[in-house]
Design a protein around this ligand. Sequence first.
Ligand code: CU
Length: 338
Amino acid sequence: MPSSSVHGRSDPARPSEHAAIARAHTDGMVWVPGDTFHMGSDNHYPEEAPAHWVKVDGFWIDRTPVTNRDFLRFVKATGYVTFAELKPDAKDYPGALPHMLRPGSLVFTPPKHQVDPRDWSQWWQFRFGANWRRPHGPRSSIAGLHNHPVVHIAYRDAEAYAAWAGKELPTEAEWEFAAHGGLNDAEFAWGEEFTPAGRQMANTWQGAFPHQNLATDGYERTSPVMAFPPNGYGLYDMIGNVWEWTTNWYSPGHEVDAAKPCCIPHNPRGGREDASYDPCQREIRIPRKVLKGGSYLCAPNYCRRYRPAARHAEPIDTSTSHVGFRCVIRERRSHEQK
Ligand SMILES: [Cu+2]
């Protein structure tokens, strides 16, 4: 079995250097056995449809989202500067006002009263000086948040971290399959009920979004990565806390090859970059990737995306206070790595 050789346990005939490398990398990771499963859902938002069969091979996945502690280690080792810390280049943003071309990131800033729920500018503020080290703005810090997911991460920041760690970012199919925790046809990562016996299973929003944050789950914003119960694979925070980047280009629905109903897609990577643009954005065309898992801002009255099948489009240059990531290691790759 390939998985046992990665463990380096039951394959003493091949005590290869690769196994040792893979073992070092897979600390803090969980092996998710591959299978065929129903990806997507026909019962919720249109972008999740149609539900369709997909096959994924087994892979390793981080037990938790990447934390501030993890990310700090990466930045100390490499001197990496995140996208939100760099001054935007005017040529990438035609028509942008010059005073807006300063480093910053989107920070959730709740309004004091009820607002039009269609107008997200009522609660998302581009705050100069906000970045992963200063998640609420220039005067904030990650003191006390070392065990929280890192946020204000643009796609390329997640990619850079993954490459440094000898890992990769998950595809949407891998992420969704892992999120089910073995309950492949259940609505939620833990079963059919959102709050079984009244128990809050993930860091989501309680109250009327965006002005009323009751925080009955104990957290107004992000939470430590193991604060809520793991799923059936032992993975934490697949649902809620922060949205997580996947490698798939976004399209407003799953593309299923109707001409070949016999053929189940195997390890689909999904989507085309040129089809991933926001049709409403004519001036600034930034391609979008699929985010998964929902966040501490998902609320029953606004966004019921605290389910494995749910998805969201995020422009690759956009970082926010509710988007992070986790990594995977694919079997074949871990053997090929030097
Ligand atoms: Cu949401």
